[in-house]
Design a binder for this molecule. Sequence first.
Ligand code: PLP
Length: 431
Amino acid sequence: PERADITYFGAGPALLPTDVLETAAAALVNYNGTGLGLAEHSHRSELATNIINTTKKDLAAYLDIPDDYETLFMQGGGSGEFSATVYNMVAVWVERRKQKILKELGVEDSKQLPENVINELQKAVDEELKIDYLVTGSWSLKASQEAARLIGPGHVNVAADAREINGGKFGKIPEESTWKLSKNPAMVYYCDNETVDGVEFPGFPEVLAPKGDDGPIVVVDMSSNILSRRIPVKNFSVIFFGAQKNLGSTGVTVVIIKKSLLAPAVATTQPALLRKLGIPNGPIVLEYSTIAKNNSLYNTLSIFDVFIAGQVLKKALNTFPNKVDGQQALSEKKAKLIYAALDAHPESYKVVPDKSVRSRMNICFRVTHLESGTDESEKAFLKGSVEIGLTGLKGHRSVGGIRASNYNSISLESAEKLSKYIESFAAGPRK
Ligand code: PLP
């Protein structure tokens, strides 16, 4: 088939706009009349810096990122950030806890801390250091498991586990009043949109809102719903996402971080102290302050992938004069169309997650249309969909079922086509 014959609903990497790919393809061969392709240009060149800075500026404009936040382009994917967030936020916690102890004991900061300070700090690490996770799906679960692997399960507090209120499966988000948050966690971590399970937070959790100047350190994985709705950036300490769903091609991971977490006052480069306290030092390529200091060019970065992200942002800014609010309205409209078609036929379909937490991005459902059962129904549904060019609808291997990923590159027309197919399949024979 030709590209134009296919509407791809895969969960990631996702479809990219064809015109962006055409621009990128030309840039890959000869960038801007330089005679050299973009993947061949040095990451230290002026043109590379320009691409980085323009993409940062456009992302900030699109999402209204305040000036006291820095944007980093990193490598290692969302999974790399599961580790990076732990290393960086634990180091920040240690630094802040150390400062508090120094103040209490009236001791000056230095590289060689006196033994009583080290002892107090060790006690604090052993007894107080916790990282809180809200486990609402496969990806936040994976992040919490990575944290336990890196710094030990004793430091990981699962403040909520959605499976406990939903018969052992994901599909709901526990009430905020039931979350068992720690007193002074190194971070509260959650995943805004669970790609595998189709669960999305309806909005920012009230209990995590900043109080006065101070607030909990909130870290969020927005890999699969970034750029699809307005977010209160100010409420977050760190927002991260892989590019490969709503932003661009696989190969860059974006981190939006509050600058105060990078400042020398909370120097995360304290390897000897961390070692002494039994806390592992993370790889330097995952260290936010190092990446920030080098404007994302500490080491070789795929400028080509940043370029694609930049082109997607440019297109978004041109398409939606009111920026992410425009995309939000469209995302909601598309998701409503698809869910409405599913809800109209309860005998043929069952949406997996609870209505209150249905994802606008990953629409997960089971097909129960045929008398021969769910397996046969889903096989028939998928076969029929491929025949009319709707592809990538198979659910994640760990949960089965059907998943329609309704990312930004899915047009209203494509969502209409899918909802019509859902209708027509339900109107077909049940045997
Ligand atoms: N977080 C979410 C929400 C995801 O959907 C994914 C991948 O699909 C990841 C993290 C992991 O990302 P990566 O494959 O880039 O490591």
